[in-house]
Design a protein around this ligand. Structure first.
Ligand code: F6R
Length: 598
């Protein structure tokens, strides 16, 4: 959840600060650096965003050959200065991403040894333990390995030791970590993107491989470093980390969807969904969190309607705690943009322990979930930086849609003509997305009005119900307007009690088989004086009286591809409401891009 980085190079502060900027999507509660200067470790930290740290370092510059940095998403201990990383004990400084579950016992032990711990984090025990073992005359490597054997939980660590030798060590257990050797130095970070243009070769360490980075080389301690190196295209990462003409990464990523969906479609044709024998399956279970869960909810609709396969969907944080029944002819699919979400990863481990057939849909191919699953499909969204997921959602849908066509074909549940129709509708997706994006100024107008309210209800029916839910999630996470979504038919079973002049209702109303029923639901809302905003087909306006800034017109869309197109207005609505309220769109409060803690 936090971002960590370390560098051994002539002027280490520059890549560390630049890298922290690229890691801020992982958390931005506090930031800090440690650097070796004149044979001493100096540490600077701030509560809050990186720009504060940069400001301090601009006024009092520090530089040296060995540095580590951290940007935090608070788990144990509040977002305060004292809890900011790096944590230092003597000449040992540590940055940590993950959770040390047994930190209270370790703290107790350290107190008995006479150590004074200042923070309320789980991480601070690490430099103290290493320092303790160094004081017992262990070598640096022995001291780290002895410490690691005591830690329970997940971690990726950067450990800076300024002893007789200066070294930067990196080690991980269940949390992401990359190592890179460039022409000018050695680096470690939470992800490859953090290293920007300076990387060309990267190495993904295994759990508990201790890696030493120093001015001479990168070494795997206690074993020969038989590295599987990945070569990286630097310009690719440069484009990814620039916002270009857009005001936020989220906006850029929303507008990227036209091209991405055309490219992703051709890339996905190359992937082989034929690897799955759908005729043998009698059930699919799909497990995911947040936006990825709503992609699963859409997939359920498709698989059941077009391929006649029963689909159960599960929230990852619940799955392994409720004894799910896993049968022989079942495929369990794990969906995760980051591939690092701790809840989804733990659910996958649970399914594997029960001998389930597992498949992952991920955006990050080197991620833990991709590696752990029986097999995986890439969604080809490219790195997603905005904390609110947008393009990954439509790319996840694209993979599910293609899989569903393959399943329908194998199971011969629908006719050849219907199959061909499903495939041809898919070709319309980029064109229709473009059409919706061209009307973005209409959505800006609607969002301006909606953003004056503190609570919003979203309604949908059928296949767009998960899209209404995704709309509510997007709105609350980046604008902080309280929003909830319901299948429109559920309104009368409770939520209708909330309706009055201060409770606007956003209705997702494309033209489909349920339009007439939805029109009755809208009448029910209007009869209770609740302001109504409709994202719908032009025909809706014949029945419902709305002002210009209360309506966003959807083009005519075939029912099977409705989720791809209707989610665009939802994403734009959240973006423009957040902008109207002057929120930080890419760094919403309390959130982070990869949720690597349970
Ligand atoms: C919402 C959002 C989150 C993620 C969720 C799962 O905009 O981004 O709800 O969808 O945390 O993340 P992944 O897909 O990386 O497992």
């Amino acid at each position: 959840m936090c971002g960590i980085i370390g560098a051994v190079t002539e002027s280490a502060i520059k890549p560390v600060l630049a890298g922290l900027g690229r890691l801020e999507y992982r958390g931005y509660d506090s930031s800090g650096i440690s650097i070796v200067i004149n044979n001493e470790i100096k540490t600077r930290k701030v509560q809050g965003k990186l720009k504060k740290l940069k400001h301090i370092l601009a006024e009092q510059p520090l530089d040296g050959e060995y540095a580590i940095g951290h940007t935090r998403w608070a788990t144990h201990g509040k977002a305060t200065l004292i809890n900011a990383h790096p944590h230092q004990c003597g000449q040992v400084s540590v940055v940590h991403n993950g959770i040390i579950e047994n930190h209270l016992q370790l703290k107790q032990q350290l107190l008995q040894w006479g150590h004074i711990l200042k923070s309320s984090t789980d991480s601070e025990v690490i430099p103290h333990l290493i320092n303790h073992y160094l004081s017992l005359q262990m070598t640096q490597e022995e001291a780290i390995e002895r410490t690691i054997r005591q830690l329970k939980g997940s971690y990726a660590l950067g450990v800076l030791i300024n002893g007789v030798e200066k070294n930067l060590y990196a080690i991980k257990q269940g949390s992401p970590l990359v190592i890179s050797e460039g022409n000018d130095g050695a680096y470690m970070a939470s992800d490859a993107m953090a290293l920007g243009r300076d990387i060309n070769k990267i190495y993904y360490p295994k759990d508990n491989e201790l890696i030493k980075l120093n001015a001479d080389n990168v070494q795997l301690c206690n074993a020969s470093l038989n590295k599987k190196i990945h070569y990286v295209n630097n310009t690719y990462y440069e484009n990814i980390i620039s916002k270009g003409k857009y005001s936020s990464f989220m906006e850029k990523e929303i507008f990227e969807q036209v091209d991405l969906l055309s490219n992703a479609m051709s890339k996905q044709q190359a992937s082989s969904y034929t690897a799955i024998n759908f005729t043998k399956l009698n059930k699919i279970t799909i497990v995911a969190c947040g936006t990825s869960y709503y992609a699963a909810a859409v997939a359920k609709f498709w698989f059941e309607k077009y391929a006649n396969i029963s689909v159960a969907i599960d929230i990852a944080s619940e799955y392994r705690y409720r004894s799910p029944i896993i049968t022989d002819n079942e495929l369990t699919i794990f969906v995760s943009q980051s591939g690092e979400t701790a809840d989804t990863l733990a659910a996958l481990a649970y399914a594997k322990s029960k001998k389930a057939q597992t498949l992952a849909l991920v955006n990050v191919c080197n991620s833990s979930i991709a590696r752990e699953a029986g097999f995986f499909f890439e969604i080809f969204a490219g790195p997603e930086i905005g904390v609110a997921s947008t393009k990954a959602f439509t790319c996840q849908l694209a993979v599910f849609y293609k899989m569903c066509i393959e399943a329908a074909k194998q199971r011969a549940f629908i006719s050849h003509t219907e199959l061909r129709k499903l495939a041809s509708y898919f070709q319309l997706v980029p064109y229709l997305i473009k059409k919706v994006l061209k009307q973005s100024s209409d959505m800006k107008r609607l969002a301006k009005k909606l953003s004056t309210y503190s609570n919003v209800l979203f309604l949908g029916r059928g296949i767009v119900t998960p899209i209404a839910q995704e709309g509510a999630l997007k709105l609350k996470e980046i604008s902080y307007i309280h929003a909830e979504a319901y299948a429109a038919g559920e309104l009368k079973h409770g939520p209708i009690a909330l309706l009055d002049e201060q409770m606007p209702v956003v209705v997702l109303a494309p033209k489909d088989s349920l339009t007439d029923k939805l029109l009755s639901n809208i009448q029910e809302v209007q009869a209770r004086n609740a302001p109504v905003f409709i994202i719908g087909d032009a025909c809706i306006r014949e029945y419902i009286n709305l002002q210009e800034d209360e309506f966003f017109e959807l083009p005519s869309i075939p029912e099977s591809i409705l989720p791809f197109i209707t989610v665009l207005p939802m994403q734009l609505l959240a973006l423009y409401c957040a902008q109207a309220l002057e929120r930080n769109v890419d760094q919403p409060r309390n959130l982070a891009k990869s949720v690597t803690v349970e």
